[in-house]
Design a protein around this ligand. Structure first.
Ligand code: NAP
Length: 246
């Protein structure tokens, strides 16, 4: 896989899975455009990339805001001319049983997890169509496929990401652009570390490989889908879940 000279936008890049994706792509020679809501944490990731002689640029942006997505894409096109890859990774949870779920908990999760994917995809797609090349990878979730108690908002957003992925894949397939989703199972990251130990143990017992995945294990699947070698794979959902859902 040769990624030299490529430019990737990775959202939610300051920690967890997004950070692991950004670090790995930079090691492959990609210039990584790091996007997240908090600038300080992003700068730390960018410093790490530059220490390793990689290339990175930092943008503080809220993925749920179309204007901010457009500003990032315009700035990247101005400096780099083209955007080769987009990894829509930023995501949040606001768990609650439906009976208790507040409208704000529904709206914020849908706005970040689903509208964020729409915003950034729309912001980059014209440039990808013009260069007749592009790779979009959307981070969905096992919960978007099988549901989960307390996560009506999150599962709806992640199932929505899958429908979005398949529709956009069909729209742009003839332009050299692929659009795929990766659906992680339970991954050890800041998103899951606050689950009570008893809940974590219940999941470990359930997962056939008997452990949570690592952010790096998601990175490998994402990297493959971004590669030239994956040109004939589009509209797919790659499950990386230790066998939890088959
Ligand atoms: P994480 O550690 O919480 O990282 C998510 C990142 O997204 C954080 O840096 C967060 O910033 C950022 N973010 C949140 N809202 C944003 C917004 N409006 N605009 C820009 N950035 C925003 O989560 P993770 O575990 O790495 O998850 C990454 C992706 O994988 C998410 O889409 C998640 O749903 C998905 N996923 C995770 C798991 C898992 O087990 N960890 C499983 C399945 C799917 P702040 O911290 O400042 O809010």
């Amino acid at each position: 896989m040769d990624f030299q000279g490529r430019t990737s936008i990775v959202t939610g890049a300051s920690q967890g899975i997004g950070k692991a994706i950004a670090l790995e792509l930079s090691r492959e020679g990609v210039e990584v455009i790091l996007v997240d809501i908090q600038k300080e944490k992003l700068e730390e990731v960018a410093d790490k990339i530059r220490e390793n002689k990689g290339k990175a640029a930092v943008f503080a942006a809220d993925v749920s805001r179309m204007d901010e997505a457009m500003e990032v894409a315009e700035a990247v096109v101005k400096s780099n001319e083209k955007i080769d890859h987009l990894v829509n990774n930023a995501g949040i949870t606001r768990d609650n049983l439906l009976m208790r779920m507040k409208e704000e908990e529904w709206d914020s999760v849908l706005n970040v997890n689903l509208k964020g994917v729409f915003n950034f995809s729309k912001a980059v797609i014209r440039n990808m169509i013009n260069s007749r090349y592009g790779r979009i990878v959307n981070i969905s979730s096992i919960v978007g496929l099988m549901g989960n108690v307390g996560q009506c908002n999150y599962s709806a957003s992640k199932a929505g990401v899958i429908g979005f992925t398949k529709s956009l894949a069909r729209e742009v397939a003839s332009r050299g652009i692929t659009v795929n989703a990766v659906a992680p199972g339970y991954i050890a990251s800041p998103m899951t570390e606050n689950l009570p130990e008893s809940v974590q143990q219940k999941f470990r017992d359930w997962i056939p490989v008997k452990r949570f995945g690592t952010p790096e294990e998601i990175t490998h699947a994402v990297k493959f889908l971004l590669s030239d070698e994956a040109a004939y794979i589009t509209g797919q959902v790659i499950n990386v879940n230790g066998g939890m859902l088959m």
